[in-house]
Ligand binder design. Structure first.
Ligand code: B16
Ligand code: MG
Length: 217
């Protein structure tokens, strides 16, 4: 039985992943740190500070804890300025249709995101009041691949983890879903992920019967 679908935010509902790349690239260039799109792929679903540590592992720079906090803060300022441009037009293909058909079938919907900017992003794209529960980077201590964010979403919904399907674009997120005892659908770049029960380019062709099948695997 499927009672809920938990959506990742960045890379599933909206392509803020490109803004993350641009913001980290700007900070890396200013700091003369090495950064490219390949490293950026490893930041998907990972928290802000852990993302910075991954970038720093490719550089010979040494920063104090306080300097790292300042770098992460600067990155977030650049990122939030980019988020100002977001609008409902940026919602990815298939998302609205899927949300509406889940609601029509009385299947609950939640957000499970590592991002501390989740409330701002949802407001920008006009979906602030669309979900039954929101679990995000502000309410967890361990980020993906730890299952905490998805378990919190299920708890807030009052639904058992095994009755939830997670939709994710990141390997870390798919691992988190499996660790939570849930099923996972991979979209976008995660579509090459072997652990997901179903992989898709985007959500435009996903129907609820497919999700029910995923949950029965
Ligand atoms: P913030 P998701 C994640 O969101 C992003 O994929 C990841 O790249 C980012 O570092 C993380 O949120 C933290 O974001 O700096 O806004 O708190 O994919 O879990 O929705
Ligand atoms: Mg994501």
């Amino acid at each position: 039985k499927i009672s809920a679908v938990i959506f990742d935010l960045d890379g599933v509902i909206v392509s803020t992943d490109e803004f993350h790349y641009q913001a980290w690239k700007q900070i890396s260039d200013q700091e003369k740190m090495y950064f490219n799109r390949e490293i950026n792929e490893r930041l998907r679903g990972v928290s802000r500070m852990e993302s910075l540590e991954i970038i720093l592992s490719h550089s010979d720079k040494n920063y104090s804890e306080k300097d790292k906090q300042l770098l992460a803060q600067r990155k977030n300022e650049v990122y939030c300025a980019l988020l100002n441009k977001l609008s409902p037009n940026d919602i990815l293909p298939g998302v609205i249709n899927l949300l509406l058909s889940l609601k029509a079938r009385d299947i609950k919907i939640a957000i499970g995101s590592s991002s501390k900017n989740t409330p701002f992003i949802l407001e920008q794209i006009g979906l602030a009041f669309s979900f039954n529960a929101i679990a995000d980077g502000n309410s967890i201590t361990n980020s993906k691949p730890d299952p905490e964010v998805f378990l919190l979403a299920a708890e807030k919904l009052g639904v058992a983890p095994e009755e939830c399907v997670v939709i994710e674009d990141a390997q870390a997120g798919i691992d988190a879903a499996i660790a939570a005892g849930m099923k996972a659908v991979g979209v976008g770049t995660a579509a090459s992920c072997v652990n997901a029960q179903l992989t898709l380019k985007d959500l435009s062709n996903l129907n609820i019967d497919q999700l029910i099948e995923v949950n029965e695997i």
